[in-house]
Design a protein around this ligand. Structure first.
Ligand code: PMP
Length: 406
C-alpha cells in the first residue's frame, strides 16, 4: 500500500477540481502531457511578475536574476539525471527538438552505407528525423523487431549490430505500450561495436529517475511537460565528447563566440546548441517541477503507479472482449486497449462525456499499430495523482460505452 497522501497531493493540482461535461474530471492522459502543480504555476507567475528579462546579456538586476534562476535550473536537471557536467545539459523545446538536433549533427558524420538501428516501438519523433538523415547521407535504417507482448527481441538486435552500425536509438519507455526497454543492455551491446546510442526518455522521465552516467548513454532526451512542468521546454543530454564533435543545429544569437562577415566562431557548450532567446520561464519552471517530483520521491511514485496499473489491468480485463496491447513484464502505468468490434475513437468520445480523458488513435506510433493490425487503441495512462476510484469511473465508463456501441 502506498505511503503517499494522494488526497493531499491532489490538492496541489488545481485542474483536478474542474468538471468536464458536468462530471468531475478524471484525467488519464498523462502520457500525452502531465498536469501542473500549484508550486510550478507559482514559479511561472513569479517569473513574469517579478524578474522577466532576457538572460546572459544584460548587466541589469532583472537580467542577472533571470540568468541565475535559469542556470540553477540547468544544475537541478544535471543533478536529477546524475549528469557529470552542467554544460552537458542542453535546453531544448522538448524531445522532438533534442532528437532533431542530434540527427542533424550526424549528417556530417555518417557516410553512405553506414547503418543506424531503430526499435520497432518508437514515437514518430524518433523515426522521422532519422529517415530524413538517411535521405541526406545514404545511411541505412534497420529496425529492431518486437514480439507480441511488445518487448524488443534482443537476439535479433544482437544480430543486426555490426561494425557498420554507427547509431542506435530507442525509447526508454514506449508511449503506446508502456514497455520499459532494457536500455542498459542495449547501450552495452552497441558500445561493444563502437556505436553511439540515443535514448528517448520522454515517457520514462515521469516514472523513472534515470542515472545517465550509470547508463553510460550518449544522448538522452526528455520533455518537461510530461513531468509536471510546462510545454515548450525539455533537455537533451549529450556526452561532452559528442557535443563537441557535433556541429551547431541552429545559428543565431547566444551560440557564437565572435561574428564577422568572413567567419563566425561558436560559443562553448552548452551555448553552441542554444541559439536565440530560450524559453527562460519554462526552463526555470522545469527545475521547479523536478523539485516537486523529487519531494514526493520517485520510488514512492513508481510503487504507487504500479498499484494503479495492476488494479486497472485486473478491472479492465473483467470486460468481455477487451484486449490489452503491451503485456511486457516490465511496464509503466500505461494501458492501451481495444474492445472487439468497437472503434477506439467511439469509446474515447463516450468516456469524454463522462468526464474521463483518455487518448485514442495511433499515439504517434503507427508502426506499432501496423504490427498489431489495428487502427489504434484507447490509452489510459496513470500518474501518481490518480486514484483507484478514478479507475473505477474509467472501468464503468468503458462498460457503458460497450453496452451503447455493441
Ligand atoms: N517520444 C516519446 C516516447 C513521446 O511519448 C513523445 C511525446 N508524446 C515524444 C517523443 C515527443 O515529445 P514532444 O512532443 O514533447 O517533443
Amino acid at each position: 500500500q502506498t505511503v503517499l497522501d494522494i488526497q493531499a497531493i491532489r490538492k496541489d493540482f488545481p485542474i483536478l477540481n474542474r468538471k468536464v461535461n458536468g462530471k468531475p474530471l478524471v484525467y488519464l492522459d498523462n502520457a500525452a502531457t502531465s498536469q501542473t502543480p500549484q508550486q510550478v504555476i507559482d514559479v511561472i507567475v513569479d517569473y513574469y511578475s517579478n524578474y522577466n528579462a532576457n538572460i546572459h546579456r544584460g548587466v541589469h538586476t532583472l537580467s542577472q536574476q533571470a540568468t541565475d534562476a535559469y542556470e540553477q535550473a540547468r544544475i537541478k536537471i544535471q543533478k536529477h539525471f546524475n549528469i557529470a557536467k552542467p554544460y552537458e545539459v542542453i535546453f531544448t523545446s522538448g524531445t522532438t527538438h533534442g532528437i532533431n538536433l542530434v540527427a542533424n549533427g550526424f549528417s556530417s558524420i555518417l557516410k553512405k552505407g553506414d547503418e543506424i538501428l531503430v526499435s520497432a516501438m518508437e514515437h514518430h519523433s524518433n523515426i522521422v528525423p532519422w529517415q530524413m538523415l538517411c535521405e541526406r547521407t545514404g545511411a541505412i535504417l534497420k529496425v529492431i523487431p518486437m514480439n507480441q507482448d511488445g518487448e524488443l527481441v534482443m537476439e535479433e538486435y544482437s544480430q543486426l549490430l555490426s561494425s557498420k552500425t554507427k547509431l542506435v536509438f530507442c525509447n526508454h519507455v514506449s508511449n503506446a505500450l508502456g514497455t520499459i526497454n532494457p536500455i542498459k543492455k542495449i547501450i552495452e551491446k552497441a558500445h561493444g561495436l563502437g556505436a553511439a546510442v540515443l535514448v528517448d526518455g520522454a515517457q520514462a522521465s515521469p516514472h523513472i529517475k534515470a542515472d545517465l552516467q550509470e547508463l553510460d548513454v550518449d544522448f538522452y532526451t526528455v520533455s518537461a511537460h510530461k513531468m509536471c512542468g510546462p510545454t515548450g521546454v525539455g533537455m537533451l543530454y549529450g556526452k561532452e565528447e559528442w557535443l563537441k564533435k557535433l556541429p551547431p543545429y541552429q545559428g543565431g544569437g547566444e551560440m557564437i563566440a565572435e561574428v564577422t562577415f568572413e567567419k563566425t566562431t561558436y560559443a562553448d557548450l552548452p551555448h553552441k546548441f542554444e541559439a536565440g532567446t530560450p524559453n527562460i520561464c519554462g526552463g526555470i519552471a522545469f527545475g521547479a517541477a523536478l523539485d516537486y517530483m523529487n519531494l514526493i520521491g520517485f520510488d514512492a511514485i513508481s510503487q504507487y503507479e504500479n498499484e494503479l496499473l495492476e488494479y486497472a489491468t485486473e478491472q479492465l480485463l473483467t470486460i468481455d472482449g477487451l484486449k490489452i496491447y503491451g503485456t511486457a513484464a516490465k511496464k509503466t502505468s500505461v494501458i492501451s486497449f481495444n474492445i472487439e468490434g468497437i472503434h477506439p475513437y467511439d469509446i474515447g468520445s463516450i468516456l469524454d462525456k463522462l468526464g474521463v480523458a483518455v487518448r485514442t488513435g495511433h499515439h504517434c506510433a503507427q508502426p506499432i499499430m501496423d504490427f498489431f493490425k489495428i487502427p489504434g487503441t484507447v490509452r489510459a495512462s496513470f500518474s501518481f495523482y490518480n486514484t483507484k476510484e478514478e479507475i473505477d469511473v474509467l472501468v464503468s465508463g468503458v462498460k457503458r460505452a460497450k453496452a451503447m456501441l455493441e
